[in-house]
Design a binder for this molecule. Structure first.
Ligand SMILES: NC(=O)C1=CN([C@@H]2O[C@H](COP(=O)(O)OP(=O)(O)OC[C@H]3O[C@@H](n4cnc5c(N)ncnc54)[C@H](O)[C@@H]3O)[C@@H](O)[C@H]2O)C=CC1
Ligand SMILES: O=C(O)CCC(=O)C(=O)O
Length: 414
């Protein structure tokens, strides 16, 4: 039988199983099986050569029973409607796992910013905000960065939204530059969260981070800061990659050099000749493997060849359900995306709180609060998995769905 690579239907499958295990009736699954709202927009952009290109964008709002929806915006040529829907559902689960007063949302635009000028990207970002402005806002739905979007893009989006509303609205979006109300620690937050999950998982597996061999797929916001944190902690980062290929050195790569040379899209391997493929990278001998790029990377085809004892999903959706089963059966500890990558949205929440109160915290305060959230969430999910004898993904979905389910019930929606 063909493996299911559809992120939306495979997410529905696990949500159904989690709700059943939590003892909920099918009406709740009917409510949560897809986003409450899905907006598709067409965004005309004048390109630098004078022509007009019309881009397709999406914003999905999965469930707002707990509070406003929250989640990043992705600029990538492979964005599609079903992926955005699944990403919004994962955001609901993430917010539930780290106990934030949010539901899940997510956005995306089909485009390749690597081939666009800065001013084209700015016009596209502003056009997207105008197109979705009716359904977003600081108390409705709060966007943030994701693949190929960054703090500069958040700044343009915030400026456009503030102009439309005619008042300054820093709480409309998170992941902003510090000068515009961004939070200390947000840029590194996703990698911080992943690092804390690695530390907790390593304790469970009796692995010492110092000297552990680490492979990271993706060298963007999540992957590159993670490489730095692992390197600083004394781990040996033996493999990294970007969209164009990977680098492997069993003696450990020079991470500071690579960080210095990477571009703003997380590309670095194009500077080297002896590269390996992303497929080969995942199968390198190592202790800890971190997919930190795109979805459907560990599948039934390669799950049996993974050498790591711990897989921590910094990316959204990097492992299929069949591969999850194979890895779990092989005794590999898989820390799922909805837990491992929740550091980003956690500090985004802190940023929104700071914007709302107009009072800003130090990086130490942010990091301390982040650590507590992620350690507690890891242990909650781990314990649920142990008690129920289920894998960490299903346990995470159970933990993540509970509050949203209760809130939907209290509101009388089901
Ligand atoms: N930035 C954030 O705060 C958060 C990001 N994530 C997830 O982490 C993952 C990476 O996101 P960011 O680091 O923010 O993005 P980024 O845009 O900063 O970096 C993306 C990296 O992935 C590489 N890449 C792109 N396409 C690839 C492909 N087909 N194969 C292999 N590598 C490829 C790029 O070359 C780059 O190194 C995504 O799945 C994202 O959804 C999850 C939670 C929060
Ligand atoms: O920071 C946020 O609000 C959302 C980050 C995000 O898109 C994600 O966790 O996938």
């Amino acid at each position: 039988m063909e493996e299911n690579l559809n992120l939306f239907t495979s997410t529905q499958e696990v949500i159904k199983e989690a709700l059943t295990k939590l003892g909920y009736e099918n009406d709740l699954f009917e409510l949560l099986k897809e986003p409450l709202r899905m907006l598709t927009v067409r965004i005309p952009v004048r390109m630098d050569d004078g022509t007009i290109r019309v881009f397709t964008g999406y914003r999905a709002q999965h469930n707002d029973a707990v509070g406003p929806t929250k989640g990043g915006v992705r600029f990538h040529p492979e964005v599609d409607e079903e992926e955005v829907k699944a990403l919004s559902m994962w955001m609901s689960l993430k917010c539930g796992i780290v106990d934030l007063p949010y539901g899940g949302g997510k956005g995306g635009i089909i485009c390749d910013p690597r081939t666009m000028s800065m001013s084209e990207i700015e016009r596209l970002s502003r056009g997207y905000v105008r197109a979705i402005s009716q359904i977003v806002g600081p108390t409705k739905d709060i966007p943030a960065p994701d693949v190929y979007t960054n703090s500069q893009i958040m700044a343009w989006m915030m400026d456009e939204y503030s102009r439309l509303r005619e008042y300054d609205s820093p709480g409309f979006i998170t992941g902003k530059p510090i000068a515009l109300g961004g939070s200390q620690g947000r840029e590194k937050a996703t990698a911080q969260g992943v690092t804390i999950c690695i530390e907790e998982a390593a304790k469970k597996k009796g692995i010492d981070i110092k000297g552990a061999r680490v492979v990271i797929q993706g060298f963007g916001n999540a992957g590159s800061f993670l490489a730095k944190f692992m390197n600083d902690a004394g781990a040996k980062v033996v493999g990294i990659s970007d969209a164009y290929g990977g680098l492997h050195d069993p003696n450990g790569l020079d991470i500071d050099y690579l960080l210095d040379r990477r571009d703003s899209f997380g590309t670095v391997t194009t500077l080297f000749e002896n590269t390996i493929s992303n497929h080969e990278l995942l199968e390198i001998n190592c202790d800890i493997l971190v997919p930190a790029a795109v979805s459907n990377q560990i599948t039934a085809d390669n799950a049996n060849n993974i050498k790591a004892s711990i897989v921590v999903e910094a990316a959204n959706g990097p492992t299929t359900l069949e591969a999850t089963k194979i890895l779990t059966d092989r005794g590999i500890l898989l820390v799922p995306d909805v837990l491992a990558s929740a550091g980003g949205v956690t500090v985004s929440y802190f940023e929104w709180v700071q914007n709302n109160q107009g009072y800003y915290w130090t990086e130490e305060e942010v990091n301390e609060k982040l650590r507590k959230k992620i350690v507690d969430s890891f242990n909650n999910v781990y314990q649920t998995a142990e008690n129920r004898r289920i894998n960490m993904r299903l346990a995470a979905y159970m933990v993540g769905a509970r509050k949203m389910a209760e809130a939907s019930r209290y509101r009388g929606w089901v």
